[in-house]
Structure formats: structure tokens, C-alpha cells
Ligand binder design. Structure first.
Ligand code: F6R
Length: 244
């Protein structure tokens, strides 16, 4: 894994943006795997600014998000579709038909998982997958215990995850209990993975991701098996690493 320690969140966001720009510059019809959450917000802001300045086009890019809540209407402001619209889709020239998220409102959710997995495969797979890291080691919504052989599936969200995401909702009981997520096998199939980790509260999780034995009790340890992972961590997140 290629580890870069960034001065702070701004620096991390600038470098993350540059990484995505480099990907698109090298392949204009790139397939990007995208994450939601607090960590990539700065990267999306920078990408939108570069587009605004006329320096970056997503015209030929296709995107696949990692996950979506089950039960929130797509027009709900806290759906991941709404998050992506607010932070990226409405600000760049991505074609609507090229932006994909699992449909958490599908009548047949099992069929939806299979449809999403097939869509990804038909698009040729993900060139660059952006990931955040959960405190409990989740990647996407793959909570501890998820088999590494998992493909897109329905998950019961861990209480810790619901607590972490409660900051966006009025109260914790409003946080959905289920979601659809790409599986660990789906994530590891990406040709390259970019992991963004910011803040002191993620320091322990980053250390575990890098140094714990590979175990599905800490899903992010699966990344140790991938040949092309870049990690951008800010100094706060890196403070528990050996030598820091
Ligand atoms: C988001 C996702 C999650 C987040 C993780 C970190 O699509 O799949 O795995 O990346 O929960 O979230 P933040 O960045 O809010 O700390």
C-alpha cells in the first residue's frame, strides 16, 4: 500500500482531487467508484472547482457509488443520491445516465443487488475506487463479519455506524437500519483503490487497517491483499502509526 501523510484535511482533499484528475487525464472514459460521508466532501469541492475553471470534464466518465440506504426516498435530502447530487453531480458535466447508485427503494432488493453487480461488470469494472474508513473498519457498508467473498448485498447497519451517521439526521432513530452496499469482493475488483482518512478519531482504525492480521472482523484489512492501494491520511489520522 502506498501511504501518504497529508498536513491537514485541505491538503488531503487537494491530493485526492489531483489523484482523480490524474485518473481521468489518463483515461477519459474512466469508471470511478465513489464514496459519500464527511471525508470526501473536500475532494468533491475541489473537483467541482476544477470543472468550473474549465480544467476538468467528466463528460465520458461513469460513476458507481458504494452504497445507498434502504427505505429513504431518492429525493430525501439524506439519501446518498441526494448527497452526490449536492456535492458533485449537479456541479460537473457528468451525464445523468452515467451516474449509478444502488436503488434502496427497489421493490425487489435482492434483484437490485444482482442488477447493480451486473451493471458494474458490463461497464468493465471500476478503474479507481474512492473509499472512506469506518471506525469499526467498515468499507462501503461492509460491517465487521462480512465475508471477503461478498458481492453487492443488503446489510443491517451496525449500531456504531448508525451512531456515526446520526449527526446528519434529526435523531438516531431516523437513521435507516439497512442499506445496499458493494461487497468486499466487488471493492477489491477495482483496478486501483484510493482510501481517504482524516481526523484523530480515525487514528486507531487506520493503524488496524494497516497492521492488524487480515480478518473479516476488521473489513478494511482486506485492502492489504490488493496490489494497488493509495492511502491519503492527514497527520491527525496518522498519529498512531509507528514512527509518528
Ligand atoms: C460512504 C461509505 C462509508 C464511509 C465511512 C466513513 O459511502 O461507504 O464506508 O466512507 O463510513 O465515513 P466518513 O467519511 O463520514 O467518516
Amino acid at each position: 500500500m502506498d501511504m501518504h501523510i497529508c498536513k491537514n484535511y485541505e491538503d488531503l482533499s487537494t491530493k485526492a482531487c489531483a489523484h482523480v484528475v490524474g485518473q481521468i487525464a489518463g483515461k477519459e472514459n474512466s469508471v470511478l467508484g465513489l464514496a459519500t460521508g464527511g471525508t470526501p466532501e473536500g475532494m468533491y469541492k475541489n473537483l467541482a472547482e476544477q470543472h468550473e475553471k474549465g480544467e476538468l470534464s467528466f463528460q465520458h466518465v461513469t460513476t458507481f457509488n458504494l452504497d445507498e440506504y434502504i427505505g429513504l426516498p431518492t429525493y430525501h435530502p439524506l439519501s446518498y443520491r441526494a448527497y452526490m447530487k449536492a456535492h458533485l453531480f449537479s456541479k460537473v458535466d457528468l451525464s445523468a445516465v452515467n451516474t449509478h447508485l444502488p436503488d434502496g427503494q427497489a421493490a425487489d432488493l435482492t434483484a437490485e443487488c444482482a442488477r447493480y453487480e451486473a451493471l458494474l461488470r458490463d461497464a468493465g469494472g471500476v478503474d479507481l475506487q474512492v473509499l472512506g474508513l469506518g471506525h469499526n473498519g467498515h468499507i462501503g457498508f461492509n460491517e465487521p463479519g462480512t465475508p471477503f467473498s461478498s458481492t453487492t448485498h443488503i446489510v443491517e447497519l451496525d449500531e456504531k455506524t448508525r451512531e456515526a451517521n446520526a449527526r446528519y439526521f434529526e435523531k438516531k432513530s431516523d437513521v435507516p437500519r439497512k442499506a445496499i452496499t458493494m461487497g468486499i469482493e466487488t471493492i477489491l475488483a477495482a483496478r486501483e483503490i484510493l482510501v481517504l482518512i482524516s481526523g484523530a478519531d480515525k487514528a486507531e482504525a487506520l493503524r488496524e487497517m494497516l497492521y492488524r492480521e487480515i480478518t473479516n472482523e476488521f473489513p478494511a484489512t482486506a485492502l492489504q491483499q490488493h496490489p494497488n492501494v493509495t492511502i491519503l491520511a492527514d497527520e491527525q489520522a496518522a498519529k498512531e502509526l509507528p514512527g509518528q
